[in-house]
Design a protein around this ligand. Structure first.
Ligand code: ZN
Length: 359
């Protein structure tokens, strides 16, 4: 139920925090506090990915979600006090103009600003047909000069995050900043908390820098060396106008999804079957999709250190990589129930069946 998610408060806290790729400290600290009471050990890889473990024997099962979100970085401050920026992660320029943002300074202060737009009064009909190039966009923080921008603590290289917010949406939805992938982080933390299985070593991993090339997946895969990996992420829901339902078949509220194939990964066949069987036993509806235009952390976990079975389980999400996105609480809760059951029934025997190639 959505009320459980709201009562718990973890997803809200995670979505409101800022954590653009390379600047995940706030997320790391929230997860540390949330997971610590349930972990036997918490460590970090060299890039800062969060790694919690419980259990000391049996196959190593890793649950993985990325901590970072798409955002921007200060590139240049002009003489008039306007701030030019680079995108961090992928953005569509039409989702950006006139959006409110926060610039995080070296001291951690958050300076409110807005991505400036030209009012329609000043545009020709022809101008209105063309999206503005990202290089032409600027952030206005109400400073009158470069000097004033610097006085407020803003410097080249500071990270910029969409203005945080979190709210309910419709009957069972949640609308917020950065649900990609704070929803995954909260799901992983909850699964880790609920799982009780002495026959496995369970890891909750929250990776850094996924949105800029699955970097924390690579470093954490080397650090953890799990025997199987379950990646939890968000994936495009295609149930709004303008999206082709063949290319983007996922629907909000129709259950968690298995990403079967993407740019960097193919779901492990036997692990996929195990997830399907578990879902069928529990009466949980699953959705499926193949997508050649994106990837998850699964695209590193599958190939690092000799490789291992990997599956990516995703929450259908509307309006990814923009200031506000939407998920459905029923999908979220079903995903937790599904993975808790799968992991609680995992052990050496099941692992043997999953990983055996001959016989
Ligand atoms: Zn993601």
């Amino acid at each position: 139920m959505r009320s459980d998610i709201l009562k718990d408060g973890l997803l809200e806290k995670l979505a409101l925090a800022s954590g653009v790729s390379g600047d995940e400290q706030e997320i790391r600290e929230i997860l540390y506090q949330a997971v610590k009471p349930h972990a036997e050990e918490i460590t970090f890889d060299g890039l800062g990915s969060f790694i919690a473990r419980k259990g000391t024997r049996g196959p190593k099962v890793a649950l993985i979600a990325h901590m970072d979100e798409v955002g921007f970085i200060v590139k240049h401050i002009n003489a008039e006090g306007f701030i030019y920026f680079d995108t961090v992660g992928s953005w569509w320029n039409q989702s950006m103009l006139n959006q409110r943002v926060e610039i995080k300074t070296a001291s951690g202060e958050k300076i409110p600003g807005i991505i400036g737009s030209v009012s329609p009064h000043a545009l020709t009909e022809e101008d209105k047909c063309h999206p503005v190039k990202i290089e032409k966009m600027f952030i206005d923080i109400g400073a009158a000069s470069a000097e004033q921008v610097r006085e407020r603590g803003v410097a080249v290289g500071d990270f910029i995050c969409p203005e945080p917010f979190f709210s309910t949406f419709g009957d069972d939805g949640i609308m917020a900043k950065a649900l990609d992938n704070r929803a995954g982080c909260a799901v992983v933390a909850e699964i880790f908390r609920q799982c009780q299985n002495p026959d496995i070593q369970l890891y909750a991993v929250a990776t850094v820098q996924e949105e800029v090339g699955l970097r924390g997946a690579q470093t954490s895969a080397e650090a953890v060396k799990p025997d199987i990996a379950i990646v939890i992420d968000t994936l495009v829901a295609g149930d709004t106008p303008g999206l082709c339902p063949v290319a983007f078949p996922l629907k909000l509220g129709a259950g968690p999804a298995i990403s079967l194939f993407d740019k960097r990964y193919i779901a492990h066949r036997k692990l996929t079957q195990l997830v399907k069987n578990t879902a069928a036993e529990m009466g949980i509806d699953l959705q499926f999709c193949t997508l050649k235009t994106g990837a998850t952390d699964g695209g590193r976990y599958n190939v690092m250190g000799g490789g291992r079975p990997v599956i990516a389980l995703c929450l259908p999400t509307r309006y990814l990589h923009a200031n506000a996105s939407v998920i459905c609480a029923a999908d979220y809760n079903m995903l937790i129930r599904l993975v808790v059951s799968l992991v609680n029934h995992y052990g050496q025997d099941v692992h043997q069946q999953v990983t055996q190639f001959i016989g």
